[in-house]
Design a protein around this ligand. Sequence first.
Ligand code: FMN
Length: 205
Amino acid sequence: MDISQFRREYLKGGMSRTDLAKDPVKQFSLWFDQARTTHVPDPTAMILATVGSNGQPSQRTVLLKYYDENGFVFFTNFGSRKAAEIKDNNRVSLLFVWLELERQVIINGCAQKISTAESAKYFMTRPKESQLAAWVSSQSHRLSSRQILLQKFQEMKTKIGEGKVPLPSFWGDTGLNPQKLNSGRGGKAASMTGSSIQKRMRVGR
Ligand SMILES: Cc1cc2nc3c(=O)[nH]c(=O)nc-3n(C[C@H](O)[C@H](O)[C@H](O)COP(=O)(O)O)c2cc1C
């Protein structure tokens, strides 16, 4: 199909270096606030690119959960493909696409697990159903049937009952210990955690 005629005018104006904050995280913060308060539907959604051992990049959407001068944090399953790729090569790239603002933000760096304490803190704020799902989901792996997943979920739900859902035990069993993500110019960047990987990225200065 020829889609070469699909186009629209980008009218929001240019960007001048003199308009930018010296601190890239500060600049990100200003842009993030704009994305949050305008019509960007999922401003925390970002594309995470990793590279496999054969040099093949792969990408997927993840959600930004925290950011500060220490980095950009997301959660994922340690058993996932992305986690395996990061374990072998912690150089990663994040891309925020905010087309409503005619803007994209690219952050390059190195991934690192965050501390278990930090992971636990976040895990405890998740809705219970999400906590249970973290226990039963085997991310990136083929399911033999949806029914089995639902059954595992129900079993876990019954087992936990009214109690608190603990951190998944396999979070610590993956051999992925806390490691820092460094940006290309030496800044600290991403971190990973537990059955979740949290990536923390900081742009180099
Ligand atoms: C809007 C959206 C948000 C997502 N957020 C996350 C997330 O925060 N963490 C995560 O592990 N996967 C998230 N996913 C699922 C990933 O995109 C991906 O399918 C999954 O993590 C498996 O990726 P992998 O096999 O490359 O490791 C999200 C997907 C969508 C569509």
